[in-house]
Design a protein around this ligand. Structure first.
Ligand code: NAD
Length: 349
């Protein structure tokens, strides 16, 4: 089986590629990634020499190249993770999100459809999406697979649109798809523009911890390896034309989460208790900021038997250890362009 994994040099994608390359030596895994600021082949150093692994540097927006790659490799299945993924960036440059997340996805759907000429037996297009497509919750309730889409940011609007295109290709052309919508991931190899690695990095470097608004935004957090395990399960056992929500059953207000991060990191660095909490700095809120996300993951739990394998404390502890042990990776990805982005983001706050 030839499997195309897009965005495999990014955070979640690299964990999915590693899992598939190691677990399924009889599959040919093709990792297609443009290597934007968020993609980094250092994330996959341990498997780059493996016989069942091929890296392809390509842009999913280049439909001609994408079509010819599908012609050449006849991918039986696609696991599509490539995306612009950062909400703050989507507020400053929405069109980049329209191009990659919507048009890039449609390019892949077209190439997949063309190469199999509507004979899709044994084929699968697996689209990875987010819980942010559902919009925001009040203080109670959960997102289920039937919650109406109500995206509030350019990022979530672009992901919602791509989900609709995938579903529409299923209805219109019979393309066999499956979609998962997952909550916030954390863990090794996450680019430090996202909350948890940003704060770990800043705690280590004694820099301010910029917290949006009143710090009471609530997110459900999932350890990235548990997401990769869920993707493996849905890829092999998920039903065609179904959507599954994936979540950690693990809701945290940002302020409480940051305090735990400070405590755990201080302990590991042998710093006096409470010293990093002084770095917390409230900054001007993000426009259109969703108050609360919470996933009801009972469908994937009941139908496929999936549940998170690590507790939040364990996952956070492993994550902090990884960032402490991989300072070179962190310094590498936070140099140059990232510095400019960081200064621009926080200059007026
Ligand atoms: P990421 O930003 O770390 O990685 C995205 C990858 O896509 C990068 O390697 C990048 O180089 C690549 N890419 C970007 N534009 C491309 C293009 N035009 N052509 C080819 N490759 C391109 O993102 P992530 O956090 O790993 O998220 C992966 C997927 O999972 C995304 O679709 C995202 O919407 C979804 N998701 C993420 C989370 C989360 O918490 N991070 C939660 C739910 C769903």
């Amino acid at each position: 089986m030839n499997i195309l994994i897009t965005g495999g040099a990014g955070f979640i994608g690299s964990h999915v590629v590693r899992l598939f390359v190691n677990k399924y030596p009889h599959y040919n895994i093709y990792n297609l990634d443009l290597l934007t600021y968020a993609g980094n082949l250092e994330n996959l150093k341990d498997i780059e020499e493996r016989e069942n692994y091929t890296f392809i540097k390509e842009d999913i927006n280049d439909s001609i190249r994408i079509n010819s790659l599908f012609e050449k490799y006849k991918f039986d299945a696609v696991i599509h993770l490539a995306a612009e993924s950062h909400v703050d960036r989507s507020i400053t440059d929405p069109l980049a999100f329209v191009r990659t997340n919507i048009m890039g996805t449609v390019n892949l759907l077209n190439a997949f459809k063309e190469v199999w000429k509507d004979d899709f037996k044994g084929k699968k297009f697996y689209h990875i999406s987010t819980d942010e497509v559902y919009g925001t919750l009040g203080t109670t309730g959960f997102f289920t697979e039937t919650t109406p889409y109500d995206p509030n940011s350019p990022y979530s609007a672009s992901k919602a649109s791509s989900d609709h295109f995938v579903r529409a290709y299923g209805e219109t052309y019979g393309l066999p798809y499956v979609i998962t919508n997952c909550s916030n991931n954390y863990g090794p190899y996450q680019f430090p523009e996202k909350l948890i690695p940003l704060f770990i990095n800043n705690i280590i470097k004694n820099k301010p911890l910029p917290l949006y608004g009143d710090g009471k935004y609530t997110r459900d957090w999932l350890y990235v390896i548990d997401h990769a395990i869920a993707i493996d399960l849905v890829f092999h056992k998920g039903e065609i034309k179904e959507t599954y929500n994936i979540g950690g059953f693990n809701e945290w207000q940002n302020i409480d989460l940051v305090k735990v991060l400070c405590k755990l990191t201080d302990e590991k660095l042998n710093r006096p208790e409470g010293s990093s909490e002084q770095l917390i700095t409230y900054v001007k809120d993000r426009p259109g900021h969703d108050k609360r996300y919470a996933i009801d993951a009972s469908k994937i739990n009941e139908k496929l038997g999936w549940k998170p394998s690590v507790t939040f404390e364990e996952g956070l502890s492993k994550t902090i250890d990884w960032y402490l042990d991989n300072q070179q990776w962190l310094d590498h990805v936070t140099s140059g362009q990232y510095q400019k982005y960081y200064e621009e983001m926080y200059k007026n706050r």
